[in-house]
Design a protein around this ligand. Structure first.
Ligand SMILES: Nc1ncnc2c1ncn2[C@@H]1O[C@H](COP(=O)(O)OP(=O)(O)O)[C@@H](O)[C@H]1O
Ligand SMILES: [Mg+2]
Length: 240
């Protein structure tokens, strides 16, 4: 488990300021969902958390260590990252895709084989799938493999960016159940970005609502529903 803390961050692209004086804390082992309009800075926030972006001003801490002071490759291997239509490597088998980070870490082959099988079981998939290639899988299966790959090196943090955005409603629901189960089974902190209000409320222990680079409300899911603090939060709730 790990705590993530963004402290007084400013982040801009060229002239455009996206986040300013932005601070937030994700608790150890929490499952947080992040929802907001397109362009509100959700992806930017997530990429600051794993060092894909660096703040112009301010600091990102994981368990009180400024992430800029640690090895960036090591950092990213210890943070799982799942995006929509995740780039599974098309020329690699599913087994090779899942094992990718473990190969980078030069784990021995018996360890890798065992770990890949564990992950396949964790994701409720059949081992028979391991020798296939990504384009021989359904959208939901691919997304599961993306999660398995992100979890391969047993990260303490899992970041998910609209990971279930490209699958049908039924599959989305099944994947939601999976991620809830995984969060119960594994001691990890999950930050899950979505543009779907039902998904945000269903999955998040706490739900962060963002608008124009600001946090409108960050509260327990029940609390957001019972006590929306701004017109924007009320509007979002009306889309349920
Ligand atoms: N690499 C980039 N260069 C310039 N502008 C960007 C870049 N990435 C994102 N932006 C802009 O920053 C704003 C926030 O983007 P983003 O964090 O991706 O929002 P969200 O994930 O909430 O849709 C948007 O206006 C977007 O166009
Ligand atoms: Mg985004």
């Amino acid at each position: 488990m790990s705590q993530i803390r963004l402290d007084k961050i400013k982040k801009s692209y060229a002239q455009q300021v996206i986040l300013e004086d932005f601070s937030v804390e994700i608790r150890d082992g929490e499952m947080v969902t992040v929802i907001g309009g397109s362009g509100s800075g959700k992806t930017t926030m997530l990429k600051l958390m794993n060092g894909l972006l660096t703040p112009d001003i301010g600091h990102v801490y994981i368990d009180d260590t400024d992430i800029q002071t640690v090895d960036q490759n090591q950092l990213r291997r210890n943070i799982g990252y799942v995006i929509q239509n995740i780039g599974l490597f098309p020329h690699m088998t599913i087994a090779q895709n899942i094992a990718y980070v473990l190969e980078l870490e030069k784990k021995d082959s018996s360890f890798i084989e065992k770990r890949v099988k564990e992950l396949i079981q964790l994701m409720n998939l059949d081992e028979e799938i391991l020798n296939r290639y990504p384009d021989e899988l359904s959208g939901g299966q691919k997304q599961r493999i993306g999660i398995a790959r992100a979890l391969a090196a047993s990260p303490k943090i899992l970041l998910m960016d609209e990971a279930f955005g490209a699958v049908d409603e039924i599959t989305r629901h099944v994947l939601q159940d999976e991620i809830l189960r995984i969060h119960q089974q594994l001691p990890i902190t999950i930050v899950f970005v979505t543009h779907n209000i039902q998904e945000a409320l269903r999955l998040g222990e706490r739900v962060m609502v963002m608008k124009d680079g600001q946090i409108e409300q960050f509260d327990k899911s029940e609390q957001i529903q019972k006590n929306p603090q701004t017109d924007f939060v009320k509007l979002l709730l009306s889309y349920r």
